[in-house]
Design a protein around this ligand. Structure first.
Ligand SMILES: Cc1cc2nc3c(=O)[nH]c(=O)nc-3n(C[C@H](O)[C@H](O)[C@H](O)COP(=O)(O)OP(=O)(O)OC[C@H]3O[C@@H](n4cnc5c(N)ncnc54)[C@H](O)[C@@H]3O)c2cc1C
Length: 333
């Protein structure tokens, strides 16, 4: 038995009946050949920053420790960088920032691993990994074969990919290749990046400046999981029909919207939760973060069951008040 408490950013205590650290693709393929995987439930674990354990895990946990970053090819304008799935995401971003290769600097300080990033097409400050994603390699858990997925095959959407749907539980992502720009167009228009750069008197920002701004904004708004257990945004921003939004906005003039696919709009879940009265509410060891209503927190000693019960109460009250359904972004295990 292994306690998964150090392996999830919520800091939830849950026991796994088996725990294996995967250090090479060959080791993973051997595990598949020996039928160690698939004989019982298995869970691929990266940094545990998008997971909530609501009970002990009766099965095999495969902790991704695959390491390595290499340039696959480059030309005058672009570099194709291949990173192993167990690399820490933020370290990869810093590697690119230091080289002045643009494309993922707005995704600075997102916790977790490279291999988990395509799962929900991680995104922040107007950028998603699909924007620089070239391809990934994954081991098919049934066959042990290495398969490749290009951008289209991953079916990326807002916090979505094929790996959360038809390919769910079928692949172990072993590496991801990004196409990065040596002459990047910086994206400073989103959120407070521009305001902060102005405050810092930076008229011609570099990739490093944008990254620093993103880090500063994130640190001012989001709790550090090392200090306060959390998994970032617990809920996705709901995507609704424009006609539904218009009706909602009539009674709630401060409700904002952002364009989404198929003429729909995305509305801020944080606003809905705050209006429903949950922001900053504490219930013994758990609660809703005081600065960001989307983030549920574990003050220490909280359980996954307590957190999921709170999440359902929030979902019910938002539904009752606005008629809008919230769905969790975090993987409930
Ligand atoms: C403070 C904080 C801020 C955050 N901010 C953001 C943000 O701005 N934007 C954003 O998009 N997310 C954000 N997140 C969520 C999280 O960081 C990302 O979802 C991240 O990609 C999760 O990586 P991980 O390695 O921790 O995945 P885990 O939590 O370990 O796993 C998540 C899921 O992916 C699966 N998985 C993991 N690795 C693999 C693999 N190699 N192959 C196949 N399946 C795999 C797991 O089985 C699980 O279902 C935040 C989280 C925190 C704690």
């Amino acid at each position: 038995m292994t306690n998964l408490l150090p392996y999830n950013t919520f800091g939830i205590s849950a026991l796994a009946s088996q725990f294996v650290e995967v250090n090479s693709v060959l080791q993973l393929q051997n595990l598949i050949q020996e039928k160690a995987i698939l004989e019982e439930p298995f869970l691929i674990l990266g940094g545990g920053s998008n997971i909530l354990f609501i009970k002990n895990y009766e099965g095999l946990v495969l902790k991704n420790n695959l390491k390595g970053i290499e340039v696959s090819r480059e030309n005058e304008n672009y570099v194709w960088l291949k990173a192993a799935g167990g690399e820490v995401w933020h370290e990869l971003v810093m590697f690119c920032v230091n080289k002045n290769w643009g494309g993922i600097e707005n995704l600075s300080l997102i916790p977790g691993t490279v291999g988990a990033a395509p799962m929900q097409n991680i995104g922040a400050y107007g950028v998603e990994i699909k924007d620089t994603f070239e391809e990934l390699e994954a081991i098919n858990i049934q066959t042990g074969e290495l398969e490749k997925f290009n951008n289209e095959q991953c079916k990326f959407g807002y916090r979505e990919s094929i790996f959360k749907h038809e390919a769910k539980g079928r692949y172990f992502i072993t590496s991801v290749t990004f196409k990065l720009n040596k002459k990047p167009d910086l994206n400073t228009s989103y959120g407070d990046i521009e305001t902060l750069l102005k405050e810092w008197h930076i008229a011609k920002p570099t990739i490093a400046d944008v990254s620093k701004a993103v880090i500063a904004i994130r640190q001012s708004k989001l709790p550090d999981p090392v200090l306060l257990g959390n998994a970032g945004s617990f809920f996705k921003n709901p995507v609704i029909e424009f006609s539904v939004f218009e009706k909602l906005q009539k009674n709630n003039p401060t409700l904002k919207s952002f364009p989404a696919a198929d003429g729909k709009v995305k509305i801020p879940a944080a606003w809905l939760i705050e209006q429903a009265g949950w922001k900053g509410k504490r219930f013994e060891n758990i609660g809703v973060h005081e600065k960001q209503a989307l983030v549920l927190v574990n003050y220490g000693g909280g359980t996954g069951k307590e957190l999921i019960d709170l999440a359902y109460k929030i979902i019910d009250s938002v539904k009752a008040k606005f008629g809008v359904a919230l769905t969790p972004e975090v993987n409930i295990i």
